[in-house]
Design a protein around this ligand. Structure first.
Ligand SMILES: *Cc1c(COP(=O)(O)O)cnc(C)c1O
Length: 455
């Protein structure tokens, strides 16, 4: 029978020669708290113990506890799902140049709000806005934390207490609790629903204006499609109508593409510059969807509207930080120079051909001496281009328990997220970054060897 009195004291474990190394790595306070946790575990487990473990074994357990506690929970993973903008996996990976810009801005003081020529204070918005206006033809730009914040800010600053007309077909929920009707209510704007779920006509908006709507809004459907007997007024028609009545048209564009997605065999996503050219007065979109940059909410459009937005107290609470502005500017710079396909991971992935992906899977099969190539589909994800797919080539592994193998891959030192479908373990090379390939193959080799050992 083991008694609680047999549990070694904190001091006894602290004095163990091997604890010294842990003390050096984790510090005194953290080590002591882990020892207390170890004592609690022993106390709970007392009934199952035939003898108290040796001090050596206890120090091993202590090292395990500290090892687990110190593992960062936000870690890099290898995305082998083929979903390019995987919301749960952090959407767009950044370009090297963008990372470098963020590192430079963060590791020293910077010109965040300082004008070097005048030797005076300036505004943080200037950094990304010159690039944004050049790229889009918009008059002004502003950057906040994310697109949800951008839409909320725009409505709060421009439409508090006023009626905002929007088609019923666009009262969407994006996910993560972002619902257009709720955002509108929170902002103090009054939702004026126009038309029906499947069909809304320009005349419905005319009626709304006659009934006092003071802003027109369009929201991208984002993650769903309406098909069949449907209609929505064209952007240019809605813009013309708004301007006839001297009202602004605000567009929540969601994914915010600058480049033509049709080039990759996907549907054409109306770009930011097209949206402005067709008459939108203000466009809001994400930085980490089809731009392929950092998390950000970008507002581009008329200077008078943006000045009003900038003066709203909420802007101060949700504005972008220097890391974001540096990475965003670098991403926009690459886009403007026509270097997206060479340097922005999202566009590098979009540009890959099925043949090139097939060759990569053939190399994997060769190296692993297992699995086979299988035609499949990659998707864009992130609420962008719903239902649109890119032909890809998958590595298909026919394993006894693909779900178990997928779980083992998630436990790898560089965790791997794969797909399980039709009882096959599937890995899409399109979303595996080049420098992650070696770790992926090593982890796969390990689980394949384990299987051989068992059989
Ligand atoms: C994704 C999306 C949002 C939210 O953007 P975040 O950058 O995730 O905050 C808002 N509106 C639409 C239409 C979207 O697609």
């Amino acid at each position: 029978m083991v008694s609680p009195r047999d549990i070694p004291s904190v001091d006894q474990i602290l004095q163990h020669p091997r604890t010294e190394q842990l003390l050096r790595a984790y510090g005194h306070a953290w080590t002591v708290s882990a020892i207390r946790e170890l004592q609690d575990d022993l106390r709970c487990d007392l009934a199952n113990l035939s003898a108290m473990p040796s001090d050596d074994a206890l120090v091993d357990s202590l090292a395990d506890i500290l090892g687990t506690q110190s593992q960062a929970s936000l870690r890099a993973v290898i995305n082998a799902t083929g979903v390019l903008l995987h919301t749960n996996l952090g959407r767009a990976p950044l370009a090297r140049t963008a990372l470098k810009a963020a590192e430079e801005a963060a590791s020293a003081y910077s010109t965040l709000e300082y004008d070097l020529t005048k030797g005076k204070r300036s505004k943080r918005d200037v950094h990304a806005s010159a690039l944004l206006t050049r790229l889009t033809g918009g008059e002004s730009a502003l950057v906040v934390n994310n697109n949800a914040a951008a839409v909320f800010l725009a409505l709060s600053a421009l439409a508090r207490g006023r009626k905002v007309a929007i088609s019923r077909s666009q009262l969407v929920e994006i996910g993560g609790g972002f619902r257009i009707p709720d955002v509108m209510k929170q902002s103090g704007a009054k939702l004026f629903e126009v038309g029906t779920t499947n069909r809304t006509h320009l005349a419905d908006f005319e009626q709304a204006i006659a009934e006092g709507a003071s802003m027109l809004m369009m929201a991208h459907h984002s993650n769903f499609k309406i098909i069949g007997f449907t209609e929505e007024p064209a952007l240019e028609d809605l813009a013309r109508l708004a301007h006839q009545h001297n009202l602004p048209l605000v567009v929540d564009l969601g994914s915010g593409a600058f480049l033509d997605t049709a080039k990759y065999g996907l549907a054409h996503e109306t770009t930011v510059q097209e949206t402005l050219a067709k008459g939108a007065d203000l466009v809001c979109f994400s930085g980490d969807k089809l731009l392929g940059g950092p998390q950000a909410g970008i507002l581009v459009g008329r200077t008078d509207l943006l000045s009003k937005i900038r003066r709203h107290p909420l802007y101060r609470a949700i504005r972008a930080d220097k890391l974001c502005l540096a990475a965003l500017s670098a991403t926009l710079d690459l886009t403007l120079r026509g270097k997206a396909e060479e340097e922005i991971p999202l566009y590098m992935m979009l540009a890959r051909t099925p043949e090139d992906l097939r060759a990569q899977v053939d190399r994997w099969v060769d190296r692993l001496q297992a699995g086979s190539p299988l035609e499949g589909l990659s998707t864009v994800g992130g609420g962008s281009l719903p239902g649109e797919t890119l032909p890809t080539c998958l590595l298909a592994l026919n394993l006894k328990s693909p779900a178990k193998a997928a779980a083992r891959l998630r436990e790898a030192a560089s965790p791997i997220i794969a797909r399980v479908q039709d009882n096959l373990l599937l890995l899409d090379p399109r979303t595996v970054l080049p420098w992650q390939e070696e770790a992926l193959l090593n982890a796969l080799q390990t689980i394949l060897n384990e299987r051989k050992d068992r059989s």
